[in-house]
Design a protein around this ligand. Sequence first.
Ligand code: UD1
Length: 422
Amino acid sequence: MSNAADIIVHGGYPIAGTIRASGAKNSVLKLMAAAILAPGQTRITNVPLISDVTLMAEVLMSLGVKVEFEREQAAVVIDTFDITSLKAPADLVNQIRASIAVLGPLLGRFHEAQVAVPGGCQIGERKLDIHFAALEALGMQFYTDTEYIYASAPGGLVGAPVYLRFPSVGATENLMMAAVLARGTTIIDNAAREPEIADLANFLNAMGARISGAGSPRITVEGVTELTPTDHHTVGDRIESGTFLVAGALLGGPVTVEGISPDYLATALLKFEQMGVSVDKTPNSVTVWRDHTQTLKGTDIQTLPFPGFPTDLQAQFMVLASLSEGGSRIAENIFESRFQHVEDLVRMGADITTEGHFAYINGVSKLTGATVHSSDLRAGAALVLAGLAAEGETRVTNTEHIDRGYENFVSKMQSLGAHISR
Ligand code: UD1
């Protein structure tokens, strides 16, 4: 990890204005991997310039793929015509869990892959059994040692019905990418429904794949013999959007995020309204605001696969709950150790206790600035939000986690009036 500079926040200032959502981190990383499937030059636009995207580019380059960023256009051009290695090396993969997404495409196109066992945010065990069971159903054979997954499909993959024991986002994507070039039809049941899945399916279909049902629990993939490169515009980042909307809800707003469908944030928007935050929607934007007569009210949140409340907004909403009247309860159902921000929020004056996967929050009237530690990507963002609402100065350390997933986080916050710097 790099030694990114600390973020300093002076709290209590109004936050209002309009920002544009960046492209979704969780989509673009898989789109980049999927480019492997179509030999030639793919151009992806609305690409967030974040360190996870740079790392995914490095993973692809380690395979011999040519990757060029057009920074002014927020685009990346990926040429996968010549792939010279089928090994995604440990030193890179350890830095970005999403690099497991190259497994499906490499197997699909080359029937062989060696991928390091991934690292990423330390927010739970993050097993790969669903990925493996799904790919095995299509004929993958594999073994692992402490560092690598060695996978092959002698003779190629063959479509099959696959039921996922849990709607894993990564496993659904890996399976979809493997299945597009398999012989015959794959039916994925209990598929993840996240908007990023539909984005990936649209990209693959534009390359010539035949996928239907993406966004529903049943995805059907009819295998084709080849795919051709295409251009694609990445869907907006609903988690980045939700993070800025929480800032508006905390400090009054109005904050508008453009470039995002409110449908992607439906459950979170419902929670805002239950908590006493006003919400306005257009097909391509969301606005939140709260005047001094609207106090925040405690709520009950449980994280669930889409369309349920996203785990990636859990920490941010915990900040909102901390400053609400009355009690709140948050159940984290997706990752087993995703309350690492609690300790720091408590240090800032929040009243939170945890028991297993539940957090119980008693609202307090104020938070106080402190030096806090960004333990993972969304926890780091949540601590910045807490700092915006707190009295005095908050210093957030270990901000390389924030840089992994938020493009121009500090300058976007500044444009809304936040007193924040690095
Ligand atoms: C993706 C997102 C992440 C988000 C998560 C859930 C990316 C790069 N990351 O992560 O931001 O928080 O979806 O919305 O897109 N699991 C298994 N076995 C498996 C796979 C998953 O047990 O083979 C478990 C995980 O440990 C976790 C849960 O299933 O507890 C959800 O994981 P999954 O949906 O796969 O999340 P990711 O794709 O890793």
